[in-house]
Design a protein around this ligand. Structure first.
Ligand SMILES: Cc1ncc(COP(=O)(O)O)c(C=O)c1O
Length: 288
């Protein structure tokens, strides 16, 4: 992974080394802000509108007003790519915090939000996509407003660290046995030809790739059922997979050291991976 030199800060473009570090930054001190991670293929943004819509939903939810419109944000992100001459695979990290002010918990008056974005190179996880990954299950210890893509990621960080220490890719989170999502991805169970996933309530982040998968399922006439499943149901599943901008449609072949079905990526996961690839190609052609 390597970062590109030009970053966007407060709607302007500057070299990353020229930025000063503000100590009394509310994102840093309180996690008082939101973010987006948007996938880039060959220098083109994938599911951009979905990400920008979610950014504004998150901002509304925590009462941060930025001066840029959705269209202006879209233009700034595209300009960031062109100014860096990026033509490879990677992602944009975009963060908005309430701003910089002396440290008090309540919203400071007349504060200007801090907004910045940068680009990172990252290639696709081809090995994981082909062979699938292992995961563990853990209790979901997060707050009740997980639909907001908030900077407060401590429970997610700890869950993913535990998974990594056990040689696993992700942690599947559950509340009293009912599966919500993963540390940084949405999760799906396939049984008898149907896809099950937690409804998009405040308990999960509605992923942009999840939105795309719902669209693919419709096109492929695979029932997409928004119904929570349990940790017990997992061991009876025909297939399991997770989705995110970084992971795409990633088959899960093992959970808590137990194989899912025959321990190989399933047929529906493969069909969705194919649909994902076609969709990214279409987007690349549209913006050419
Ligand atoms: C908790 C959580 N759920 C789901 C997702 C997947 O979202 P998306 O598909 O928009 O990347 C993410 C992505 O970072 C996440 O952090």
């Amino acid at each position: 992974m390597s970062m590109y030199p030009i970053i966007m800060s407060q709607g302007k473009f500057t070299h990353k080394d020229s930025l000063q570090f503000p100590y009394e930054e509310r994102g840093l001190q309180f996690g008082d802000g939101v973010y987006e991670v948007i996938r880039i293929y060959n220098g083109k943004l994938y599911l951009l509108n979905e990400h920008v819509d979610r950014l504004f939903r998150s901002l509304d939810a925590i009462r941060i007003e930025i001066k840029q419109s959705k269209d202006e944000i879209t233009t700034l992100l595209s300009e960031l790519i062109s100014r860096n001459n990026m033509e490879q695979d990677g992602f944009i990290y975009l963060q908005v915090s309430r701003g910089t002010a002396p440290r008090i918990h309540t919203f400071p008056e007349a504060i200007e939000p801090n907004i910045y974005a940068y680009l990172v190179n990252q290639s696709r996880n081809l090995e994981g996509l082909e062979n699938g990954v292992s995961t563990i299950t853990l209790p979901d210890e997060r707050w009740q407003n997980c639909y907001i893509k908030s900077l407060n990621l401590l429970p997610n960080v700890l869950a993913k660290q535990t998974a990594m220490e056990q040689g696993c890719y992700e942690a599947i989170l559950h509340i009293d046995g009912r599966v919500t999502e993963c540390g940084s991805s949405n999760i799906f169970l396939v049984k008898d030809g149907k896809i099950y996933t937690h409804p998009a309530t405040n308990r999960i982040l509605k992923g942009c790739v999840r939105i795309a998968v719902e669209r693919f399922a419709k096109e492929l006439q695979i029932p997409f059922i928004e119904e929570a499943f349990t940790v017990d149901d997992i061991h009876d599943a025909d297939e399991m997979f997770l989705t995110s901008s970084m992971s795409e449609v990633l088959p899960i072949i093992e959970i808590d050291n137990k194989r899912i079905a025959d321990g190989k990526p399933g047929e529906i996961s493969r069909k969705l991976q194919k649909a994902y690839e076609i969709d990214t190609q279409l987007i690349l052609e549209k913006v050419k």
